[in-house]
Structures are given as structure tokens and as C-alpha cells.
Design a protein around this ligand. Sequence first.
Ligand code: C2E
Ligand code: CA
Ligand code: CA
Ligand code: CA
Length: 280
Amino acid sequence: VKLQGRNNYKVYQAAINSQATELFILENSLYNALERQEFKVYYQPQVNSSTGEITKMEALLRWQHPELGLIPPATFIPIAEETGLILPISEWVLKTACLQNKAWQQTLNLSSLSVAVNFSGRQFQQPNLVGIVEQVLCETKLAHRYLELEITETVAMQDVELTQKILRQLDEMGVTISIDDFGTGYSSLSYLKDFSIHALKIDQSFVQDLANKDHQTAITTAIISLAHGLNLSVVAEGVETQEQLNALRILQCEIMQGYFFSHPLSAEEATRMLTAYQPH
Ligand code: C2E
Ligand code: CA
Ligand code: CA
Ligand code: CA
């Protein structure tokens, strides 16, 4: 029994070590990833559910590690947050996405196309966040109203007063704010009306069960009517099937995003898609 216990312990230790080693390797290479140009921004369209028009592209970060291959954001963003690397990385994403959107507006004559960029918790604690956004918009010459920032409700609720202040300043600048993963975090509905926000994004977990289970329709229905009651628009994310699309149309959800329309695309692929795409 004793021996077995020790062996188990060893196996456990080995697993921990290799996980720690992997984290260590990731953390180390994350420090150089920006200057080595290993990051790419991918874009996923958001579609108006009644006209089929692409109104916005969400910027989604990708890391192509030279040895480990493509590392998903869910793996490296927590490390980037912990090390503080998220700040320079996010600024790069913001700038890249704004530049790209400006280029699409000009070269493809898509003058009303917007871009949505994800913001993390750490960025909200950054003293000069609003100044950085202002500077990037100035440098890239993208009009403020074409930038949307997505924050999760968990981030928004961390420090309600600070969130209120930052969102008010961004709103006054003309930047749009949406609450991401809505319905999954710790949310206090009473604060929702005090935040200067423009849209709720229904989390994909609710959308994906839409056509299957009645109680999931109830949650989605409630979120949509809550949003409309507060004069906010609603985006459904993770739309994968025609059934989900139909259900969302009946519920009068105005914007949709998901694999049913398109996977996230590289800038080149997205440009090709936007070029081929003709509204009506
Ligand atoms: P998110 O902001 O909720 O983004 C949606 C995620 O769902 C993306 O995963 C997207 O590729 C995926 N997705 C889109 N349509 C579908 C669908 O129809 N079905 C399913 N199953 N999935 C779909 P991704 O790109 O791996 O990003 C994961 C998360 O990483 C994002 O969740 C976001 O929280 C974070 N993230 C990505 N890029 C950035 C960034 O530039 N900055 C920050 N702070 N976070 C980012
Ligand atoms: Ca998002
Ligand atoms: Ca989301
Ligand atoms: Ca998410």
C-alpha cells in the first residue's frame, strides 16, 4: 500500500511538473511573441439577421508558436494577464484591428463596417486606458463610432465605479461597448442600466441549446427582452445551425455571429469574403 502510494505520488508529481514546464515554456516564449510577429488577428463577421448584411467583424487573437503550433487564446490569455503582457499585446490587437477596418472601409467601399475588439480585466485597471484607445483611433484614422469594445460582465462587475467611469468616457468619445458572454457571469441587473453600454452578447452556451431545450429558449428570450427593454441591441454568438438561426429570428434577435455564417478568418480570407459579398 505504501509503495503504491508513493508511486501514485510520483505520477502526480510528474504530471504537475510537465504542466508547470509547459506553462514555463509558454510564458517565456510569450515575452518574445510580439516582436517575433507570431500573433495574428482573425476576424469573424456579425450579420444583421433580417438583411443578411455584415455589420461588424470581431477581432480574435491567434498565436502561432514556432514549435508548439497554434495556441488557443483560452490557453495563453490567462498567462498574458498574469504577466502583464496582455497590455502591449492588446494594444497591438487594437491597432491592427482598427487599421484593418479602416483599410476595408476604404478599399472595399464598406463605409459602415465596424470592428469589435475584446478587452480583458487587466486592461480595465490600466490608468490610461481611455487615452490609449484615443491615441490608436487617432493614429489609424478610424472614426470612433466604428470601434466596439467587448467586455465580459465579470470584468465589468469587478469594480463597478471604475467601470462606470471608463465606460462613460469611452461612450463620450463615441466608442461602442458591448457586454460579452452575457448570462454566464456574476451580473447584477440593476447596474446594467447605469453602464454606458450599447449591446449584450448572448453567450453561445444558451444559443447552442436553443433548438433543443425549452428552458434554454426561456433564458435567451429573457435576455433579448431585457436588452430591448433597456434599448440595447442583442448579438447572439455561437450560431451554428439553421434551427438556431430560425429560433433567434422569431425572438427578434437582430445580430448573429457563428460558424453557420463563418468561422473566424485570417485578414486575407476575410478580405476575400468581404470582396465577394454583395449586400442584397
Ligand atoms: P469570445 O470573445 O467569447 O469569442 C468567441 C469564441 O467563440 C471565439 O473563440 C470564436 O472563435 C468562437 N466561436 C465563434 N463562433 C462559434 C460557433 O459557432 N461555435 C463555437 N463552438 N465557437 C464559436 P476563440 O477565438 O478561441 O477565443 C476564445 C476567447 O479568447 C474569446 O471568447 C475571448 O474571451 C478571448 N480572446 C480572443 N481574442 C482576444 C483578444 O484579442 N483579447 C482578449 N482580451 N481576449 C481575447
Ligand atoms: Ca468576444
Ligand atoms: Ca463571447
Ligand atoms: Ca467567452
